[in-house]
Design a protein around this ligand. Sequence first.
Ligand code: HEC
Ligand code: HEC
Length: 331
Amino acid sequence: MSYSRIWLLSALMVAASAAQAGSKEPIQPIVAAKVKSPAMVELGKKLFFDPRLSKSGFISCNSCHNLSMGGTDNLKTSIGHNWNQGPINAPTVLNSSMNLAQFWDGRAADLKAQAGGPIANPGEMASTHVIAVEVLQSIPAYVAEFKQVFGSNTVDIDKVTTAIAAFETTLVTPDSRFDKWLKGNKKALTADETAGYKLFKDSGCVACHNGPAVGGNSYQKMGAVSAYQTASGATGRLGVTGKEEDRLLFKVPTLRNIELTYPYFHDGEAATLTQAVETMGRVQLGKKFTDAENAQIVAFLKTLTGKQPSFALPILPPSNDKTPRSQPFSK
Ligand code: HEC
Ligand code: HEC
């Protein structure tokens, strides 16, 4: 028996005995974000929405992490510069501050480390940190805002990523119906939804999807019990650690707002929640759910949609004669 299989079984036993003992739930409510520096969050919000951080002047963080659509692009894999089709599905930025690390393979330690990546990724925003900073530095209203937040007229990539990360930290989604239920309002869920939660616990989904984000806190093998077939070349943690045993280990995704963040899995192959639940049962647990059970689990998952971040659309200061021009159609 493989190590991951033994680990999974013991985690399942712990989860099952916790459930029997009636001890506290494996999932906790999301706590609303406390904003430490409102000015920094405002600046980060502008940067998140500013397509001038891309070479084309057309792609912003919000293009692929659309906050009107659960912080994702709802595409199988993302589209970047020059209509480049990316290799992997865009995870949501909602509640991403709760992740043990960023990206499917966890290669960025935190949100600040992550935020520099897409700006300079040739397949995503295709700019460089130098040009992105030149663009911002050329716009007096941005310079004034950086000065107000960081106490210096000099814009640099460290400040840019610090501000974006501060904004992202506010993108949490409390007050889902499930959280209301956890906090004692037993009328917040229907009978089918509660039955779905019981199946989610008793079948062992909670061994990997637990904590306030219902995931995001461990790396697990995709195909813990039987192999997952995919055409995607993504290798998961292997790419970070170089260890063969880490092949196809991915950060367990959060299931918060899962109804909004389709399609599912790193390869975007599951178009619907019904399909995702079927696959998870089969490859992670060796279980085949009946249609009724699958529907109950899906009903439960839909109760995890929380209050979406809501704010006035940021108005971006205009470019001027000194601002480096964007290059929409360049390679
Ligand atoms: C062209 C589409 C695209 C753009 C633009 C883009 N992202 Fe992403 N983002 C992705 C994809 C795809 C991934 C997953 C990549 C991986 O895991 O290898 C990702 C991953 C992330 C993650 C990690 C989430 C998690 O759960 O691991 C965060 C946070 C994030 N992006 C924030 C940003 C920010 C901030 C910007 C703007 C500076 C940005 N992204 C721009 C597509 C995009
Ligand atoms: C052994 C750990 C493990 C178990 C058990 C497990 N999952 Fe997962 N789950 C994962 C991992 C890892 C992924 C990401 C896999 C990938 O994208 O290749 C995932 C992905 C998902 C997704 C898609 C999320 C997204 O944003 O793409 C859903 C939905 C899901 N799981 C639901 C469930 C349900 C329901 C169960 C129980 C029937 C379950 N999981 C059991 C580890 C697990």
